[in-house]
Design a protein around this ligand. Sequence first.
Ligand code: CO
Ligand code: CO
Length: 304
Amino acid sequence: MERAEDAGIYKLTDDLAIIETIDFFTPIVDDPYSFGQIAATNAMSDVYAKGGKPLTAMNVVCFPVKTMDMSILKEILAGGVDKIHEAEAILVGGHSIDDEELKYGLSVTGIIHPDKVVLNSGAQIGDKLILTKPLGTGIISTALKGNKATKKAVAKIIKSMSTLNRKASELMQEIGVNACTDVTGFGLLGHASIMIENTDVGMVIHSTAVPFFPETKELAKMGMIPGGLHRNREFRQSMVEINKKAPDYLVDILFDPQTSGGLLISVSEEKAPTLLRKMHQEGIREAALIGEIIARPKGRIIVD
Ligand code: CO
Ligand code: CO
């Protein structure tokens, strides 16, 4: 707990540690089944970010029993359980309460060999940074709420947000990496900041190399900016130096809060091409090299 890690890790024996994490939120898409899939994928992501394997999950449900049809809850839970099974984990229980606003997610327990835990610190000078999913889910979901998002854009983010980070996590364990976190509510630059905060290294992010959903460009220009985006920027402003030539919409995208985003991985320069190639071969097509770890200025991010 000294550093803000993605999940709690507890060593049981010399070869076994458990990873514990919980995440739940209000619906971000209209279709209940898709929402269930996204919430479950998102909840299990912190286990994958540490390089672990989800083992068991429990439903966390807040449901407006008096005003909403129970069939909606059934669909949400079906979406969740399908993702739990895809992860080869099992649902072992859960808890639900009556609440004015619908919320759903999971408490997840995963397992890992204690020596194989990938922390979010540990990035080494010279490392390359790989991001495995495009950015922009926050901007597009905000546009969806304002009826400004196209069906195609919504379909793209649903597919991305309900894609498990499992394969990416397995490949990073196979190749061996120095640090990893998943990109969620603090946005790319927020989570990147956590990676290097209070360490002896700095970071460069090549803004033009960062993958994002193409629709986000116009939507950001139209002002479809989630509230969390401004908070993310204000919070990390002092750690980040952004090239003045970088367009505003791109800076917005770099701070856009993600739901069920990809992994941000710090891997040695020698191993980076292999990891990226294997990811592309395994269907993680949008994975991209987006920057590197540098010696100076330490504890800061330069966006060029
Ligand atoms: Co996380
Ligand atoms: Co989390």
